[in-house]
Design a protein around this ligand. Structure first.
Ligand SMILES: [Zn+2]
Length: 296
């Protein structure tokens, strides 16, 4: 258990955790945890000039602290069902592939987060810098994310997440399964796409060179904003015109080079973890220990 006696050297004021404390704050090194269900759109991010739907982040957050450090473990549960497997693949094998891809994606997010810490400044305590750990669990039903593992050949579209809480994994999808899963798991954290496909301006007269683009970028300025828990400043950046959409030749692709933006990119900017600070702050406040929480 935590030490809660302010008179002991190295120990800290407050009471042990006990759920809703009715105003009695946590001690500095006391753990805290909660499950969340939060729409990221409007809470973690906003967009301009390209629409994003509601994206709900469901997960469990466990905060374990020492006097100066600790871990924030983000655990998301997945339940798996299968569809269109045909005869080439068993239900068990399809689920094993999905389980492995989900675990790898979580590992990628932990690696991406390793450059940063969750800094907690609780009144009366030393500042604490906690490491972020992303984990997945597979459950029989009622997971934070309901996954359909689909064996369609060819798949009708790439693997996708809908509303943050439903995922369809196409086992025969093109491109990198690993990168796609990492990006899609990012959506289950309530994070937006940092790309947009926007109707292009036709070139008149159309070019006669085979393969030449027939559109130019439209005059729009799509931006993505990640919301910081104060005093962490919001981060806003433009999505820049990149190329004609490979999938939709009448549309122009705008994007940002990050794991939530550009296909195959494995950059994890600090702002991708602002949501962790937002949620940790809420949990500490609910435990009677209002604190400043930022990503550093
Ligand atoms: Zn996406």
């Amino acid at each position: 258990m935590c030490g809660c006696n302010a008179d002991d050297p190295g120990e800290v004021p407050g009471s042990p955790p006990g759920g809703t404390t009715g105003g009695t704050g946590l001690c500095c090194a006391c753990p805290a945890s909660d499950t969340i269900s939060q729409n990221g759109n409007g809470t973690y991010f906003t967009t301009t000039d390209y629409p994003m739907p509601s994206i709900v982040n469901k997960c469990e957050i466990d905060i374990v602290r020492t006097a100066t450090d600790g871990t924030v473990t983000l655990t998301k549960s997945f339940d798996l069902s299968t569809a269109n497997l045909g005869t080439a693949l068993t239900d068990t094998a399809a689920k094993a592939t999905a389980t492995s891809a989900i675990a790898s994606a979580m590992s990628n997010w932990t690696s991406g987060a390793s450059a940063y810490k969750v800094k907690i400044e609780q009144p009366g305590c030393d500042p604490q810098e906690l490491t972020m750990v992303f984990r997945s669990s597979i459950v029989a039903s009622g997971g934070d994310v309901a996954v359909t593992v689909d064996g369609s050949t060819p798949p009708p579209r790439p693997t996708f997440v809908s509303g943050g809480v439903r995922m369809t994994i196409f086992l025969n999808g093109s491109g990198s399964v690993s990168w796609t899963m990492t990006h899609e798991v990012g959506h289950t954290f309530g994070l937006p796409d940092e790309y947009a496909e926007i109707l292009g301006v036709p070139i008149v007269p159309p070019p006669t060179t085979p393969g030449a683009p027939t559109i130019t970028p439209p005059s729009v300025s799509p931006t993505t904003t990640y919301i910081g828990a104060p005093p962490q400043a919001n981060v806003t950046f433009p999505l820049t015109p990149r190329r004609v959409s490979p999938r939709r030749p009448t549309k122009y692709l705008f994007d940002n080079p990050s794991v939530m933006g550009r296909d195959g990119n494995t950059t994890y900017p600090m702002n991708l973890f602002f949501w962790v600070a937002i949620e940790v702050k809420k949990i500490l406040a609910a435990e009677g220990a209002p604190s400043t929480v930022t990503i550093v």
